[in-house]
Design a protein around this ligand. Structure first.
Ligand SMILES: *Cc1c(COP(=O)(O)O)cnc(C)c1O
Length: 218
């Protein structure tokens, strides 16, 4: 929390210090700034995957890019529908439209501000392909009924965890319950790299490799 006010322009109280300066110095001295030859991005991916207990983690430019990577992986037909929450960042909706799918906004539970299996079910149509579940303000959505509905209707589940790093639902970490989990490391989030994003998956290696291609020009 910022110390003097709630403006995100107030950078006081942030836990950036000598450790981060040493890491940056190491990168600059190595001369390898890109993920292609640098070592830090791969280490970050491995460390984040281990932290969450998932098999795959693919680092991308930001949270919107993480969600876009997930949508590219989904590969909807033009006009397919993707259900999402209206209480989220615009970065949850733009990737759906960028892949020529139609965002369909489900109502939120007034108490939690998250979409629920019941509000999602009210939006289902023959064109529904996927659900983007935002865990808003760090509070996980009620995932068990959502996962049950998704399994019954053969829907792909993307968790938007941009506000829910390491939040847990019944002992499971957000981002590990659906098919893909998407994170943002933008400076206003709980964990930051300034800007940055990550897509995680617990699926098998074949799936992971394809996901990596979706995150880097196919
Ligand atoms: C911040 C945020 C995003 C987008 O992340 P960026 O890194 O800003 O692109 C997406 N979804 C939610 C819920 C967010 O809070």
């Amino acid at each position: 929390m910022c110390s003097s006010d709630l403006s995100f322009r107030d950078h006081s109280g942030r836990s950036l210090g000598e450790e981060e300066i040493a890491e940056l110095t190491e990168v600059i001295r190595s001369g390898a700034l890109s993920f292609l030859t640098g070592k830090k991005t791969a280490a970050f991916e491995r460390g984040f995957a281990d932290l969450l207990g998932v098999r795959e983690a693919v680092a991308v430019a930001n949270g919107t890019a993480a969600l876009h990577t997930a949508l590219i992986y989904l590969n909807p037909e033009p006009g397919d529908e993707v259900i999402l929450s209206p209480v989220t960042d615009i970065g949850s909706a733009i990737p759906i439209m960028a892949q020529l799918a139609v965002p369909v906004f489900a109502d939120v539970d007034p108490a939690t501000q998250n979409i629920t299996a019941a509000t999602i079910e009210a939006c289902l149509s023959p064109r529904t392909r996927a659900i983007v579940v935002t865990h808003v303000f760090g509070a996980p959505a009620d995932m068990d009924p959502i996962l049950e509905l998704a399994a019954r209707r053969n829907l792909f589940v993307i968790e938007d965890c941009a506000q829910a790093h390491l939040a847990t639902y019944k002992g499971r970490v957000c981002g590990t319950m659906g098919n893909l989990g998407c994170f943002s490391f933008q400076q206003s989030k709980h964990m930051t790299t300034g800007d940055g994003g990550m897509v995680v998956s617990n699926e098998d290696m074949r799936f992971g490799r394809a996901l990596r291609q979706c995150g880097d020009k196919g």
